[in-house]
Design a protein around this ligand. Structure first.
Ligand SMILES: C[S@@+](CC[C@H](N)C(=O)[O-])C[C@H]1O[C@@H](n2cnc3c(N)ncnc32)[C@H](O)[C@@H]1O
Length: 259
């Protein structure tokens, strides 16, 4: 794995260096503990197998050239590489990517690593995928357009979940899960949170509604969008919970796939 290219430049409608820097600093600081959270990197073999099944089902047959945008510590990249795909991991955080490199090296997996902006991806892919990245982009519509150019005849695969203001009942459940975690003194999934001013400048900073993602993908030139609930992953996650936690359920997960 070796290659670590630097792709410079911001998206077409850049928010300014300071806010971009704030995001990079946040994820660099989050990197050492990011994988401690089972919602980020599940250790349970069944949950991992359910994710593997989802990627095997949603990606084209291997070997495809796959770009993982906002790859972070490489949860999706590593699964795709294990499935036999040729993977490029793009992220603005060198610290997140160095975690990915460490695991890839330990498993002897070839993954190309590129440090750069989601809206300025390298080109020449069969698939562009992401998990939980669109919410943190200043111009997700522009990014979806640049991903189209990165894979002009390829496939878009978005892995997302229902959070924030998307569904009021889910928001209540999520708050109850947080309270339970706090009562049990479980560590938070992140070292901190984005500032209010940063979050307010993100169009999807309070949630990623499925309908909005489908509409944005279409407007960016992606065709035949398909929405799928990732029920097998949710089921495997639910099996890891205590009876009390099961009452509160797990965060609903879904994918949007388009050509
Ligand atoms: C919530 S984490 C998701 C990481 C990974 N996709 C996963 O599923 O575990 C968001 C990631 O997006 C990256 N990121 C945020 N803004 C970005 C941008 N503008 N360009 C590239 N990467 C970005 C962060 O560094 C971080 O690694």
């Amino acid at each position: 794995m070796a290659l670590n290219e630097e792709v410079s430049g911001t998206g077409a409608s850049g928010p300014g260096r300071n806010l971009e820097e704030e995001i990079r600093r946040f994820w660099d600081a989050d990197a050492p503990t990011y994988d401690d959270s089972s919602s980020h990197r599940p250790r349970d073999p069944a949950v991992l197998a359910a994710w593997t099944a989802a990627l095997a089902h949603l990606l084209p047959p291997a070997p495809a050239r796959v770009l993982d945008v906002g790859a972070g510590t490489g949860f999706l990249s590593l699964i795709a590489a294990r499935l036999g795909h040729t993977v490029t991991a793009l992220d603005l955080s060198p610290q997140m990517l160095s975690r990915l490199q460490r695991v890839a090296r330990a498993e002897d997996l070839e993954i190309e690593v590129v440090t750069g902006q989601a809206a300025s991806p390298p080109e020449g892919f069969d698939v562009v995928m992401e998990r939980h990245v669109l919410w943190t982009l200043f111009d997700p519509a522009d990014a979806l357009g640049s991903w189209r150019r990165a894979a002009p005849n390829g496939r878009l695969v978005l892995f997302e979940s229902v959070w924030g203001s998307v569904d009021s009942l889910e928001a209540l459940r999520s708050r109850a899960r947080q309270v339970l975690r706090r009562l049990r003194s479980e560590p938070s999934a992140h070292h901190g949170s984005y500032s209010d001013s940063l979050r307010q400048s993100l169009p999807l900073g309070s949630g990623t509604p499925p309908a909005r993602l489908v509409q944005m993908a279409g407007a960016a030139g992606w065709h035949r969008a398909r929405l799928e609930r990732l029920r097998d992953i949710e089921w495997a996650e639910r099996c890891t919970l205590s009876p009390l936690e099961r009452l509160l359920g797990v965060q609903p997960r879904f994918s949007v796939v388009a050509d």
